[in-house]
Design a protein around this ligand. Sequence first.
Ligand code: HEM
Length: 524
Amino acid sequence: MANHVIAMLLHSFHKMDINLAQAVLAISILILSIFWFLVVIFKKTSKGSLPPGPRGLPLVGYLPFLGANLHTQFAELAQQYGPIFKFRLGNKLCVVLSSPSLVKEITRDQDVVFANRDATIATEVLTYGGFDIAWSPYGSYWRNMRKVFVQEILSGRNLDACYELRRDEVIKTIEHVGMKVGTPLEIGELAFQTQVNVVLSMLWGGTVEANPQSEAAAAANFRVVFGKIMDLQGKANISDVFPILRRFDIQGVEKEANTLLQVADGIFDAVINERVQTKDDEVKIGGRKKDFIQILLELQKLEATGEDISMLQRKAIIMDTIVGGTDTTATLTEWGMTEVLHQREVMEKVHNELEDVVGIGKSVEEFHLPKLHYLEAVVKETLRLHPAVPLLLPRRPTKSSIVGGYTIPENTKVLINSWAIQRDPELWDDPLKFKPERFLMEPKKWDFSGNNFQYIPFGSGRRICPGIPLGEKMLKFMLASLLHSFDWKPTKSKEEDISEKFGIVLRKQTPLLAVPTKRTSKHY
Ligand code: HEM
């Protein structure tokens, strides 16, 4: 009997064990499921973490580690931390993007959030307080000014109407080179002088200096002033990192910006005053009714808000046209010439095409340009390997957002490394080689619209460069004219000629010096 009771007890304990184990298992599964569900929900709704990136020092962050060539340093950091990485400059968070899909996220999917610029003290001073187009905050003022710029000043009709002005300047340059055959010339200076005269004649119907003897000197001076204005806008300034130091202006950036602004402002004032005193119907430049300054002076109110436009705002737009329109195009002409001159077979192909389309002994005209397909590929390849604005212009999100799975908080400085993307071996075959042929196959795929995010030399999204039509025309016109009229020999080796100097505009470390000889025959 006792044995039977013990056996029953053992059996019921055993049964209880199994039930208990089953219950424990069921509860565990339930808890795990709830936990997993919560994790999934949390992941979906959480804002993600900040991107990875190098650690800096307390207080100053990564500032002491920034080198001179930010575009290459950022490309190296992207190798280490991935296509989206962050670093701090003091309290300021900076994020660098280096892949087409990330560019798409911020310039298309979340374009409005990232349409603000991250202005610095220098840009604020040099744009009369952010009244230009490039650095003004995203909003109705920017929209209005950009509309005027694109639809009135740089419209196809207006550009066609001032073709004669561009042509005159290019012819003057070719004649100047013709007188210097056999002597080394600085191509960058030449391109800058031409471009500045083109832009100024379109702006106010004049060049830098009416007297031809002092024109070169005046242009050189102009280049120094506006080159410095461009450089200063990209210069690292401790007062931007620690706004509390602004009043001490330790590096003298603000002081220099004010001095440069005064010089530029003096030029603008002189031209505007003269124009205000001129009767309207006297302003007929190059067959056009109005030059840019006249369009700006006649513009009285902002369309969207009905607010009056001030003289400072007009001058800020003039500043943008000069700063945005000269250095970029001149520097790219120099880079394009550098690559072509160092690759004999490329020069030969350009020459052959020019002979076929233009004809030896004849001048290049703008109507030839659409037929110069190989030259167009040379221009595109120059813009790929040497994007004039390698980090584009910095953006600043108006609210915290998720990009590439990471959080980019409001007010972060966001940089796009177009230089790195356009040399990425995952995206480009033989990326360091200057190979115009890569653009011949599907020319439409490689336009400048910013819709192909692996090729963004003019940027992308609503803040894409509005000067593309003028920049593209001038770049092709200058290269075609210089190469059609002359054969060139560089004075240095390619290795000496190819090194870069970082700035908002990516210049050459040393100027390209080349010796022109007259071209007469197809076979040289
Ligand atoms: C081939 C020459 C040029 C190149 C490579 C170039 C490149 C660029 C780039 C990369 C940007 C920044 C776009 C972004 O952040 O997404 C930009 C902006 C700008 N560019 Fe150009 N540019 C050139 C010529 C010009 C010309 C000729 C003008 C005017 C006459 C001009 C005026 C501007 C302005 C006003 C902006 C600011 C746009 C905004 O923020 O809304 N650029 N350019």
